[in-house]
Design a protein around this ligand. Sequence first.
Ligand code: XMP
Length: 319
Amino acid sequence: DWTMAGYREQAVEQIREQIGDKRVICALSGGVDSSVAAVLIHEAVGDQLTCVFVDHGLLRKDEAEEVVAMFRDNLNLQVIHADETELFLGELDGQSDPETKRKIIGRLFIDVFQKYANEIEGAEFLAQGTLYPDVIESVSFSGGPSVTIKSHHNVGGLPEKMGLKLVEPLRELFKDEVRALGHELGLPAHFIARHPFPGPGLAIRCPGEITREKLDILREADAVYIDQIRKHGLYDEIWQAFCAILPVRTVGVMGDGRTYDFACALRAVTSVDGMTADYYPFTHEFLGETATRIINEVSGINRVTYDITSKPPGTIEWE
Ligand code: XMP
């Protein structure tokens, strides 16, 4: 009988055989796929694995610290926290076009990963959390070797450029199986059930120019919104939920005074695969309470809107 415990044992054996006594590197994003791949490989070859966590300064509130603490302190993996916030935000300065933002972030991500990877002596393998659907898709669309299609946390083309061999222990699994394997390997349930988060991060939730001020406000508003969703027990019913900060200030009143602050939009959708999506039908009570909390708790926001666009014609992200 096929069991996840059996799969785990067999995968560990195969990884040991493939890697021998060589070193492996991996780009850890904090997403489920790269996390499960890293923990599985660590179980197989221990400290022969080094993970590089590229922090582009576009992560959610406390996210970088939480991911690094979990993998380094709780799971005992070797993790390099590559804090390159200055580099990314510097290059993004003045840019407002969505695809330009993506290109800049994708290019820098590869540069940074390569820079840190080059410092790891004797690395011969690169681990990737490629799943079965990625394998089929890349084969049927290009006929070429398997490279993941998702934009930037995969390092397509890099293995050849750096002379590295690929280790892809999740190649036979679907997403729900990867989650089950993560559970089997002892990753916390709340971590495995996290909503997807795009590689370019908050850059594409900050339409228009990205500033540190807007990013800080967005992080706070998003944290309050997700806290509300968790408190109301709705997190697992939703495919993805997040805040976007709008590139506009609007007038409001607070106490005796006039305010002139940013507006934000709440987004929450249900979906099976992210290709199509419906907006989530929150109650008016939930929406009202959330708006009140955000305006009271987040300085810099004085207006909250709810995005009721489905996909199509909208996309899930705002950019
Ligand atoms: P859209 O906005 O296209 O999003 O409806 C569909 C899914 O893809 C994610 N997404 C991205 N993921 N890099 C990523 O890694 C990107 O540039 C990107 N753009 C969108 C989005 O969060 C949703 O899950």
